[in-house]
Design a protein around this ligand. Structure first.
Ligand code: FAD
Length: 340
């Protein structure tokens, strides 16, 4: 098995807009490539999307492999997998990263199985480091540490692929920081004509309906989140009212979602959205590790909980021990007064 040391990032785009997670991965890819003394290559596929190549370079790509073809206009598993797997088979990158989005989660396993390599899903961190196998009595230098929660989030596992290339992973949205675009960066754009097998094109998209998400948790500067402690729909309306007054977004723990208090797109945490707002208000949330995984990097955290020993208080900057049904109306009144 031979490979170069390049880090590839699948750049997901829809209707000419690059997914945030891809920009985050280009920045992380640049950090990894510097440790490997190699380059970051963006893999960009679509139709009439040539101008996106520059954006990839501004966000960290040194090179862009571009497939611009009418058959790639709308994402379909087989043609996209054909492009990504054929190129990776031919050029053997060292690392190949995808966002853990619906598209990335569909595409990456298909590419990995076509290349007969492993894939670690839903990583929350990536590093470069050596690995010593006691069994093989061998040290493998500069492997990709694929880091993710395991066993229900109770341990953080580091997974390595010593023997196969590329080392492949999908990465959670929002966990890596994107960098500000540097429009002075220059890179190489290589346009490659994809070749499809007729079997790649068996699925035809006849029509498409896109529903914009009504919830923008990732980009919200303020998140007011409710947990199981909110207890009732009536109390959850207090969470929504406070979020509205502060110009923020409503978040929730999984327990609140499971209790039917709010829809799943509001869930924050390991299996929900990762947020990093300026202010996160956690009301009636105990602070389980899986919830904290999605919000612990918030700039300021206010926690409201009746239990003074609730784990959320370990990471809160402001701690309010009390009943949220009393505390939140007081906060709403205070903010209303201030806004007058
Ligand atoms: P609880 O743990 O039941 O806490 C309720 C809190 O409310 C308590 O601290 C209580 O003291 C307080 N309270 C009660 N009444 C009041 C009141 N009147 N006023 C103020 N406080 C009050 N969880 C997530 O949130 N996000 C995830 O993405 C996620 N992913 C998971 C993935 C896996 C694989 C697993 C195994 C679990 C996951 N969980 C996730 C679930 C997680 O382990 C917890 O069960 C969940 O976060 C608990 O939600 P909670 O804090 O709202 O509920």
């Amino acid at each position: 098995m031979t490979s170069n040391r390049d880090v590839w990032v699948f750049v997901e785009q829809e209707e000419g807009k690059i997914a945030d997670v891809s920009l985050e991965l280009l920045a992380k890819g640049q950090e990894l490539a510097q440790k490997l003394n190699s380059q970051v290559c963006g893999v960009l596929a679509g139709y009439q999307i040539e101008e996106l190549a520059d954006k990839c370079i501004h966000h960290g790509a040194d090179r862009v492999l571009l497939a611009d073809h009418p058959e790639l206009e709308i994402y379909r598993t087989l043609p996209y997998a054909r492009v990504a797997a054929d190129w990776a088979r031919e050029r053997r990158p060292y690392v190949f990263l995808f966002g853990a989005t619906p598209i990335g989660r569909d595409l990456a396993p298909r590419v990995a199985s076509s290349l007969r390599v492993g894939l670690t899903a839903d990583c929350t961190d990536l590093q470069i480091g050596d690995y010593e196998s006691k069994k093989a009595k061998q040290v493998y230098p500069d492997l990709l540490y694929q880091i993710r929660p395991a066993f229900g989030g109770n341990v953080i596992a580091t997974i390595v692929n010593p023997n196969t290339r590329p080392q492949m992973a999908t990465v959670r949205e929002g966990v890596m920081r994107r960098r500000d675009p540097d429009t002075t960066r220059r890179g190489l754009v290589e346009k490659i004509e994809p070749t499809f097998d007729v079997r790649d094109l068996v699925l035809q998209v006849l029509s498409r309906e896109v529903r914009e998400s009504q919830v923008n948790l990732k980009g919200a500067p303020i998140v007011v989140a409710g947990g199981a402690g909110v207890g009732s729909q009536e109390n959850f309306e207090l969470i929504q009212e406070l979020a509205h007054i502060l110009g923020g977004e409503v978040g929730a723990s999984r327990a609140a979602v499971d209790a039917g208090l709010v829809s799943r797109e509001h869930q924050v945490g390991q299996t929900g959205v990762t947020v990093r707002p300026r202010l996160y208000i956690a009301a009636g949330i105990s602070g389980a590790i899986q919830h904290r995984a999605g919000m612990s990097e918030s700039a300021k955290i206010i926690a409201i909980n009746t239990d003074p020993n609730a784990p959320i208080f370990q990471i809160a900057h402001y701690k309010i021990v009390g009943d949220l049904a009393e505390v939140i109306p007081m906060m709403i009144r205070a903010f209303r007064e201030k806004a007058k």
